[in-house]
Design a protein. Structure first.
Lengths: 113, 116
């Protein structure tokens, strides 16, 4: 699976949009971009995923560049409860086994008043 | 709630003890996973089961022994652990398929293990 690069930490004011970047310059054509987050001492929570088109759900939006070498997770109105570590993961769609997620160190997002 | 439960949530054990961690998923999934998260380190995949068959063992020491009796339950049997095995142990499940993966994983809350 392709490696990803994320900033170590970011701050965001409550009520503002949080834009979390991820670089995956070696991504292959059959690899998806997944985003998870982990609130302190809890299990990771799935947020969103996409292949090449932008995606939106009730939690966030995912913007993938046309060359697919980078993406941005957008939390449109961040709240204090969005404070967490956010992981960007790139994964092959079908591996012949059950799916594997390789977690990096992620971006620690701190939402402040 | 993600539909994946883990018990116990906290566990303290001595190095000579034998204990088991339990994971149950209520999502109708066919693939289940064990991950380990040590302090200040990324999550590490330990084991993968797809349709009750183990498909991945990520070079995990034999003092960790997984068991998957059916697609809804996953156990991690622990014996003669070391203090460095203290960590958050996370279970996850996904739809799974005989052809392969690509689907979303849903995680349980984890078991925080302390080995004395």
């Amino acid at each position: 699976d392709a490696k990803t690069t994320q900033p170590t930490s970011m701050d965001c004011a409550e009520g503002r949009a949080a834009n979390l970047p991820c670089n995956h310059s070696t991504i292959s054509g059959n690899e998806y971009v997944y985003w998870y987050r982990q609130i302190h001492s809890q299990g990771p929570q799935y947020i969103i995923h996409g292949l090449k088109n932008n995606e939106t759900n009730e939690m966030a939006s995912l913007i993938i560049t046309e060359d697919r070498k980078s993406s941005t997770l957008i939390l449109p109105h961040a709240t204090l409860r969005d404070t967490a570590v956010y992981y960007c993961i790139v994964r092959v769609a079908n591996t012949g086994t059950a799916s594997k997620l390789t977690f990096g160190t992620g971006t620690r997002l701190q939402v402040t008043l | 709630e993600t539909g994946v439960t883990q018990t116990p949530r906290h566990l303290v054990m001595g190095m000579t003890n034998k204990k088991s961690l339990k994971c149950e998923q209520h999502l109708g999934h066919n693939a289940m996973y064990w991950y380990k998260q040590s302090a200040k380190k990324p999550l590490e995949l330990m084991f993968v089961y797809n349709f009750k068959e183990q498909t991945e063992n990520n070079s995990v020491p034999s003092r960790f022994s997984p068991e998957c009796p059916n697609s809804s339950h996953l156990f991690l049997h622990l014996h003669t652990l070391q203090p460095e095995d203290s960590a958050l142990y996370l279970c996850a499940s996904s739809q799974g398929s005989l052809a392969g993966g690509g689907e979303t994983q849903y995680f349980g809350p984890g078991t925080r293990l302390l080995v004395l």
